[in-house]
Design a binder for this molecule. Structure first.
Ligand code: SF4
Ligand code: SF4
Length: 359
């Protein structure tokens, strides 16, 4: 029975796709047998696409709602399914491994022996899938960089989706959790610490409510959210999220650990595939050639070898603005980058764009 349900889980996760779909390899079973009880695996398999109340899932399982609800609630607490309430009714969803289940495992920032074991199992599974799939080719980005908007020159058109502040002002509640990429690395090897702040992963609205309800993060005020943004910008972290105009989370990424940035920067032309819609404009009259921007640029897009003039490789520049925030002489501002399409309006438009790019 257990073996059968885990095989079905593999098939379900293969259909749901994501960055790491289900693969019929030993590393998959070692991981899911630690994450899911057989009962939980069966419940995951029974959740139809989208979000559904417990009675719909109970019907698929042929069980009573009162029997299935505690299983789903336990799974939501463990980050194996999502849960959100509308009025009195809770709707459950079955997320992919990535984005979804893997990240949920590390957002609490805890360091128990089980956390370390799960980190090792996830790492082994991702490594096996990476070998199997080969290098990732992004045909249409599912994530995007959001620029440091205060560095955008005044005479540029700034859309609301270019401004993180828009989302902080608009959504309630707001939450912060531990950066799962940096935390996963530390669970695998506690010396693997780049020194960047950990508590900077933000969620907005429904996403925040889920994280708060399931104790994967904590609710924050708008003032705290702006302070986290400032801390992230000072540290040289890149604002990144899903490639939609409406977002429900904001990662503050380092080039050394962030899956979003590492995947993008491994592309032949990251600046073309993952761009905020802006690029730096350099003012040679203000520049002292201190080199701070070269050191901070996560994409290694600035060229300034000894005696050379400041130059920019647009094929690599992702338009994050980290160079501008690090310039003490105000010698860099962001200007609009011509030819960058606006992000898709919503999830449906994003999925259609990805599909069209793969046709
Ligand atoms: S940080 Fe500013 S002053 Fe220093 S090299 Fe870069 S642009 Fe010039
Ligand atoms: S030059 Fe580097 S730091 Fe500056 S916007 Fe481009 S990618 Fe970001």
């Amino acid at each position: 029975m257990a073996e059968k349900v885990y095989r079905e889980l593999c098939e379900t996760l293969a259909k749901r796709r994501g960055r790491y779909p289900g693969k019929d390899i030993p590393e998959f079973y070692a991981l899911v047998e630690e994450l899911f009880t057989p009962e939980e695996a069966a419940a995951y398999n029974a959740i139809p696409k989208g979000f559904h109340p417990a009675d719909v899932i109970a019907k698929v399982l042929g069980k009573e709602v009162k029997e299935v609800t505690p299983i789903l609630e336990g799974m939501a607490d463990k980050g194996l399914c999502t849960a959100g309430s509308m009025g009195e009714i809770t709707f459950y969803g079955a997320p992919t491994f990535v984005p979804g289940i893997f990240e949920f495992q590390f957002m609490r920032g805890t360091k128990t022996e089980r956390d370390k074991k799960i980190a090792r199992l996830i790492h082994a599974y991702k490594a096996a899938v990476d070998v199997d799939q080969g290098p990732v080719t992004i045909t249409f980005p599912t994530t995007r960089v959001i620029p440091v908007d205060e560095k955008i020159q005044n005479d540029n058109v700034i859309h609301t989706y270019h401004q993180v502040a828009t989302y902080i002002e608009k959504y309630h509640p707001l939450a912060v959790s531990t950066c799962f990429c940096r935390h996963e690395a530390k669970l695998l090897d506690e010396t693997d610490d780049c020194g960047n702040p950990d508590d900077v992963c933000m969620q907005f609205g429904i996403g925040a409510q889920f994280v708060i309800d399931r104790k994967m993060g904590r609710q924050i005020t708008k003032e705290e959210a702006f302070a986290i943004l400032k801390k992230s910008e000072e540290a040289g972290l890149v604002h990144a999220s899903i490639n939609r105009q409406e977002i429900d989370f904001l990662c503050n990424c380092c080039a050394c650990h962030s899956m979003i940035l590492k995947t993008a920067l491994a592309q032949p032309k990251p600046g073309v595939i993952l761009n905020s819609g802006f690029q730096p404009e350099h003012n040679p009259e203000l520049c002292t050639s201190c080199g701070a921007c070269v050191d901070r640029c996560p994409a290694k897009a600035i060229i300034m070898a000894d005696g050379d003039e400041w130059d920019l490789n647009l094929d690599r520049c992702i338009g994050c603005g980290v160079c501008a925030t690090g310039c003490a002489f105000e010698a860099i501002a962001l200007i609009e980058r011509v030819g960058v399409l606006p992000p898709p309006a919503d999830q449906k438009a994003l999925l259609e764009a990805v599909k069209a790019s793969q046709a």
